[in-house]
Ligand binder design. Structure first.
Ligand SMILES: NC(=O)c1ccc[n+]([C@@H]2O[C@H](COP(=O)([O-])OP(=O)(O)OC[C@H]3O[C@@H](n4cnc5c(N)ncnc54)[C@H](OP(=O)(O)O)[C@@H]3O)[C@@H](O)[C@H]2O)c1
Length: 280
């Protein structure tokens, strides 16, 4: 029986990972969220890891509120960077594999072609810089690590698609940013990607997003089309939207390492969001 510690199990990805493996006979999950295991607490992390002696740790915990991270830098650093470090130290001590999730926001978005894993990073805001520090800690303190950089994630939890559907209940028109480009990625696809690595020694840094790209306004249009809503989408600029945190204008990722080192391929984002909408 392989024991796997999941952190942040109540979040979007944590739920998807649980759903994916719910019938797996040879895996037992030790599910934790902040109430059971605060990943910022090194003593608690080490105590649990020594008790469980896990095959792997899947870190689904993070401070993901991009705008809030700007005004809560130390909280974001504690969770996104120090939390990752603590799990890395625990994974090294117990010999466990560590799956850690990072983000397209480690890039500044000034690129003109999809980013590959070896491209230089340059985060624009607190969320991206604390997540990048987390990546660096994982590389420094863990031996058997997989870092998956994903983007524009949606699943069981609060996300952009659900926000659009909620707004459409009360608005005939929504104003959505049309000058930021990325790849909407479902937690189901990301979990399949984790599964393609978890039982291998194919360690390293992987870009992990659905294929294809769009702007947020086009993503909203696709959500409404699939839901049969005639809500009008008005594309606005990042400046007009005026969010507190800066965001990359172009953070499309090329899943080069997945393509070259695994048999796994991500679904196109249109197919993934269509599958997701059927589950709502
Ligand atoms: N969401 C996106 O669009 C997106 C994009 C790119 C990358 N990612 C990355 O993908 C991963 C999964 O994201 P997600 O959307 O599933 O996140 P999520 O839904 O926000 O879930 C994160 C979970 O971690 C918990 N948590 C917060 N602080 C913790 C702590 N100190 N100890 C233990 N648990 C803690 C949260 O609890 P509370 O809710 O109580 O805080 C929540 O249950 C993260 O690494 C994220 O950075 C996400």
């Amino acid at each position: 029986m392989k024991k796997i510690i999941v952190t942040g199990c109540n979040g979007q990805l944590g739920r998807a990972v649980n759903e994916y493996y719910k019938n797996a006979a040879d895996i037992s999950f030790v599910n934790t969220d902040v109430a059971e295991l605060d990943i910022t607490d090194i003593d608690a992390v080490m105590k649990l890891a020594r008790e469980v002696n896990p095959y792997a740790i899947i870190n689904c915990a993070a401070h993901t509120a991009v705008d809030a991270c700007e005004s809560q830098y130390e909280k974001a650093f504690a969770i996104n960077a120090i939390g990752a470090r603590n799990l890395a130290i625990a994974s090294r001590e117990t010999g466990a594999k560590l799956v850690h999730i990072s983000t397209d926001y480690v890039f500044d978005g000034k690129g003109t072609r999809p980013y590959v894993e070896t491209d230089p990073t340059n985060p624009m805001g607190a969320y991206g810089s604390t997540k990048l520090a987390g990546e660096e800690f994982v590389k420094a303190f863990a031996d058997r690590w997989f870092i998956l950089r994903t983007a524009w994630l949606y699943g069981d939890g609060k996300n952009f698609a659900k926000t659009m559907l909620r707004l459409s209940e009360t608005h005939d028109e929504v104003r959505v940013v049309g000058d930021q480009f990325g790849s909407p990625t479902s937690t189901v696809e990301l979990t399949k990607a984790i599964d393609a690595l978890l039982f291998t020694e194919n360690y390293g840094l992987f870009h992990a997003t659905c294929e294809g790209s769009c702007c947020w306004a086009d993503f909203a249009k696709e959500v409404f089309r699939l839901a049969g809503k005639d809500t009008h989408v008005e594309a606005i600029t990042t400046e007009e939207y005026g969010a507190p945190a800066p965001r990359p204008a172009y953070s499309v990722l090329d899943n080069r390492m997945f393509r070259l080192t695994t048999d796994f391929s991500f679904a196109d984002w249109h197919d993934a969001i269509a599958a997701y909408m059927k589950t709502l």
